[in-house]
Design a protein around this ligand. Structure first.
Ligand SMILES: [Zn+2]
Length: 290
């Protein structure tokens, strides 16, 4: 039997959804959706997958990829540089889990966690969750090197993502979703409840009209409490505790770990590098670049 088919069958046994690749790219049309509608069957691996045009796509002599995310119950950290793995290990303990040697680095496999979207960390580590795929052993990299298991499903159980890393990723993605591109801007603006066009409204009234819980839940995480002041992770420093507190009526804030305190306007200035005037425009829901 063909080694590619064998490898794919074995991956399938581990609960994964393997797909045939050409180099590093899936050969199946609409691969990120189709297996939700038509889950992969063992006989598809042996006989090939029939695509919508009626063409059969076979696994023989192909590189094999694995769909990541919910469909295979995996999230893969694609680390392109071994020094980045050291950086992660310094931030917190990484459990033993499925590990693949890639061309220049590693793939670490963890159980799927719905909190974690596909994203790029520090522009260098790909977090592969839903609608992504990863090249699997024993596929061959275009430069000739084979992907190989360092810790395979026979060696260790697949681990959960460590909690510290999930916390870090959530903070990181919240903050980075808010870099100031126009597409993201409209998303953030939509969480404000302020009435636009009422320019005579004074600042205090304006601040009291904003949904600050909605705002802070976009820029930080772990909001707790039920009084006027709620606690959460500080959006200004890497916070493992809830060092930050904000007033849910007017958005004023304080960080007990030393980032300071101030009005909601100051928080917006600090978060996005805006002037006082631009921050006010933003709160009013107006274009900040006028
Ligand atoms: Zn802080």
């Amino acid at each position: 039997m063909n080694t590619s088919i064998l490898a794919a069958l074995q991956l399938y046994q581990y609960g994964l959804t393997p797909v045939p690749l050409i180099e590093k790219r899936p050969l199946i049309k609409d691969w990120s959706n189709r297996f939700f509608e038509q889950p992969l069957k063992q006989q598809d691996i042996i006989n090939g997958i029939v695509d919508p045009t009626g063409k059969t796509i076979r696994y023989d002599n192909r590189n094999i990829g694995i769909l990541t995310g919910k469909i295979s119950n995996i999230i893969v950290l694609d680390i392109d540089d071994t020094s980045l793995l050291n950086t992660l290990e310094k931030m917190g303990p990484l459990p033993d889990t499925w590990k693949v040697q890639t061309n220049r680095g590693y793939h670490l496999y963890f159980n799927y966690d719905k909190e974690v979207p596909s994203m790029k960390l520090w522009d260098k580590i790909d977090i592969l969750s839903n609608k992504k795929q990863v090249v699997a052993p024993p596929s061959k990299h275009p430069n000739g090197r084979h992907y190989k298991w360092i810790l395979s499903p026979k060696d260790v159980e697949k681990a959960d993502l460590p909690e510290w890393l999930v916390d870090y990723l959530i903070d990181y993605s919240n903050q980075n979703n808010l870099n100031w591109t126009s597409a993201k801007k409209s998303k953030v603006q939509s969480i404000y409840k302020s009435k636009t066009g009422n320019k005579s409204k004074d600042i205090e009234e304006l601040l009291n009209s904003v949904d600050w819980v909605g705002f802070y839940s976009q820029v930080t995480s772990n909001i707790r409490g039920n009084g006027d002041w709620l606690s959460c992770k500080c959006p200004f420093h890497l916070d493992n505790h809830n060092s930050f507190s904000f007033n849910k009526h007017n958005g004023s804030w304080t960080c007990f770990a030393g980032c300071g305190s101030g009005s909601a306007i100051l928080a917006i200035q600090k978060l996005f590098g805006l002037s006082f005037r631009q921050s006010l425009f933003l709160i009013k829901g107006e274009d900040i670049y006028v």
